[in-house]
Design a protein around this ligand. Structure first.
Ligand code: C5P
Length: 396
């Protein structure tokens, strides 16, 4: 899905459509824009034309182009139609079958062809009006989607629900709900990407070790996906039964956290992107016995000492690198993930429940430094890998 048609209506938030268009363009989407006449009082078509790199359509009866087919061809062209901001008026018109300008006509013609999403923004009283609620209910039943407005101080100085959702958040919602991640694009070409994956094993004696259930699937999926997207991939992996992805630059096999640490920092200065997916043991036995420990006593006390935190160090030494970490938790998932994002100086963190460790699918939230959260519900680790890497589009 590459073609996004933005409908801009005449709410004061119309100026924010400029940012939405420019963010979408940076991410590689084709963007076309239709404005209502009242939207042109708030932001000029020229501005949105420059940002979208396409002619902005306002009037059905504009001379000099083919009026008879324009609404059909735009409706055919779009994979997604995002109306942002969507006023009380446009929702009312679409819910009641009115098509009296270019935007409402295209929306009508696109029914069942494009995904149509309204990002609501209006005065609080209008937002609370039961007529709007009835219109939304009717449209939802007909498969139209809505991005709720946020609370805050509105342009009219009222305070309450009605502010257009943050532009970045709107795009995250589009990406996680309607857009399949890019799998055939070379946007990571020339970028060196380091991934840590799998579990570590911390020896106790010649035959025993401490470890965890991590399969390595998420990290290996990321390695393969990143290589498909053009990156030069260095995969540093603890023990795993998985097949090493063929298209990566280098596979480095390690056992313990300390070995993983050493390998990471041999190459860290030269890499552009670091993804720490490994389930690294936080502690290791203080003493590694040379001979097998005998079961002579009823109790056995083993002292553990802390392992180095590889990602924490990567964050401390960070220069040009973009860093993505993982947080596998059993409780307070988002709260703990946010703490780690900050503490380890990361650009993104992927929060997932620890129970996903051994599975093929994952339910996860990607969170950026501004706490913009994108949720993915029960998708394959392979697809999630592309979604994670796709956040880098337009950033590198
Ligand atoms: O602090 P916590 O272990 O929960 O943080 C998880 C993140 O930190 C993961 O990205 C993991 O790969 C990384 N990590 C690390 N070295 C450690 C522990 C965790 O790189 N010793």
């Amino acid at each position: 899905m590459k073609n996004i048609l933005i409908g801009v209506t005449g709410g004061i938030a119309a100026y924010k459509s400029a940012n939405i268009i420019s963010l979408l363009r940076k991410k590689g989407f084709n963007v076309k824009v239709i404005m209502t006449k009242s939207a042109t009082n708030i932001i000029t078509p020229q501005t949105l034309e420059t940002l979208s790199k396409n002619r902005v359509v306002v009037d059905m009866w504009e001379r000099g182009f083919q009026i008879d087919v324009e609404h059909i061809s735009l409706a055919d062209w779009a994979d997604i139609i995002l109306i942002a901001p969507a006023t009380y008026n446009i929702v009312g018109k679409i819910a009641n079958g009115i098509a009296d300008d270019m935007l409402s006509t295209v929306i009508a013609a696109a029914y069942n062809k494009a995904k149509i999403v309204f990002a609501l923004a209006m005065n609080t009283n209008m937002y609370e009006n039961p007529i709007l609620k009835l219109n939304i209910k009717k449209l939802k039943e007909l498969n139209y989607d809505f991005i709720e407005a946020d609370e805050g101080i509105l342009a009219c100085c009222d305070s309450g629900k009605g502010r257009l959702k943050n532009e970045e958040e709107i795009i995250q919602i589009l990406e996680s709900s309607y857009i399949k991640p890019e799998t055939k694009n070379n946007f990571l070409l020339g970028k060196k990407l380091l991934i840590t994956a799998g579990r570590t094993e911390e020896s106790l004696d010649p035959i025993r070790y401490f470890s965890n259930h991590s399969s390595g699937k998420m990290g290996y999926s990321l390695a393969e996906a990143a290589a498909n997207l053009g990156a030069e991939v260095y995969l540093i992996s603890g023990p795993s039964n998985l097949i090493i992805p063929k298209n990566i630059k280098k596979f480095i096999s390690v056992k313990s956290a300390q070995e993983m640490y050493n390998e990471v920092f041999k190459i860290y200065d030269n890499i552009d992107i670091g993804i720490a997916c490994a389930a690294v043991a936080d502690y290791r036995p203080k003493i590694v016995y040379e001979q097998k420990i005998k079961k002579d006593s009823d109790e056995l006390n083993i002292t553990l000492i802390k392992n180095p935190d590889i990602l924490l160090k990567m964050g401390e030494l960070k220069k040009k690198q973009i860093l993505i970490g993982f947080a596998a938790e059993t409780e307070n998932l988002i709260e703990n993930a946010l703490k780690k994002l900050k503490k380890k100086n990361l650009d993104y963190i992927v929060a997932n429940h620890a129970s996903a460790m051994t599975k093929n699918n994952n339910t996860a939230t990607i969170i950026n430094k501004n706490n913009i959260q994108t949720n993915f519900n029960d998708i394959s680790k392979n697809e999630l890998a592309y979604h994670i890497l796709n956040v880098l589009k337009g950033r590198i």
